[in-house]
Design a protein around this ligand. Structure first.
Ligand code: NDP
Length: 274
């Protein structure tokens, strides 16, 4: 019972899995959550306990947190990480799919914050890390619904941080740039499933161009390391954007202003000049 207790969502692959493993190597007892149990079983150990759940399921989230509290007595760290991306033209993504995007990425995080905060508040300690994105401060063609979900979680996180600071609970945003996981291949597959009129062909090609560097992008370990540093820090950063492309993109938007930045994005996506 001496270990610190962490809960990591989306732990069956990518950033969540790397984070669960790194926290476990650093003295945390980790509850690793996702839907694909067979993937979670691959990381089960004396320090990692899988829980199968969909973050959109209210009852399952309440049950998981109750299980952690009843077996381990507390939750020191929540890493909200489970996420999906549905690229495509805003006009063409069916609203039920857009709803799912918001349900997983925004309410999925909110559901866990609501479930763990009463315990953290009572113990007057805890750390919540919300994984957002470079696209939670800039919005680019083809990623409207994803950005909407991530902008919203940034807004919610900034509010929560101020609300729970006096209870000794820390709240951190970590904003990855492009990271080599299953995420980009999955989102491109999801985009292909959305029917688009021919007029949007260049947009779809532009989305591919924008993520073309993914095979050379850093792996999820760099984000896991940032999470570990944040949860161990007495005063963690409010928002940590990494690697450099994540920091630079937001800075470029601020320095260039909306119009020139939008032109630069279209250039990068290889859209024709206006
Ligand atoms: P992966 O696709 O590798 O992992 C996503 C994880 O989320 C999986 O473990 C998946 O598990 C889980 N998940 C998805 N939907 C649900 C659901 N409804 N309920 C429970 N779990 C779910 O992607 P990454 O590791 O790259 O992404 C992690 C986070 O990082 C996301 O929030 C993403 O937005 C963010 N991010 C990623 C970037 C990248 O380039 N990779 C860039 C910027 C941000 P399962 O399917 O088993 O349920």
């Amino acid at each position: 019972m001496a270990d610190k207790i962490a809960l990591v969502t989306g732990a069956s692959s990518g950033i969540g899995r790397a984070t669960a493993e790194l926290l476990a190597q650093n003295g945390y007892y980790v509850f690793a959550l996702a839907r694909r149990m067979y993937r979670l079983e691959q990381i089960r150990s004396n320090h990692i306990e899988p829980i199968c759940l969909d973050v959109t399921d209210d009852a399952a989230v309440r049950q998981a947190v109750a299980h952690i509290i009843s077996t381990r007595g507390r939750i020191d760290v929540l890493v909200n990480n489970a996420g999906i991306s549905q690229p495509g033209a805003v006009e063409c993504v069916p609203l039920e799919i857009a709803h799912r995007q918001i349900e997983v990425n925004l309410f999925g995080y909110a559901r866990f914050m609501q479930a763990v905060l009463p315990h953290m508040r009572e113990r007057r300690s805890g750390c919540i890390v919300n994984i957002v994105s470079v696209l939670s401060r800039i919005s680019v063609p083809g990623f409207g619904w994803y950005s909407a979900s991530k902008y919203a979680i940034e807004a919610l996180t900034d509010a929560v941080r101020g609300e729970v600071m006096e209870f000794g609970v820390k709240v951190v945003l970590i904003a990855p740039g492009v990271i080599k996981t299953e995420f980009v291949p999955n989102e491109l597959r999801a985009m292909e499933k959305i029917p688009h009129p021919v007029a949007y062909e260049k947009l779809l090609a532009g989305v591919h161009n924008l993520v073309a560097g993914e095979p050379e992008a850093p792996g999820p370990e760099i984000i896991a390391k940032a999470v570990l540093e944040a949860v161990k820090a007495p005063t963690p950063p409010v928002r940590h954007a990494l690697p450099l492309d994540s920091k630079m993109s937001v800075m470029a938007r601020w320095l260039l202003g909306g119009r020139i930045f939008a032109w630069a994005v279209r250039f990068r996506m290889k859209f024709p000049r206006e």
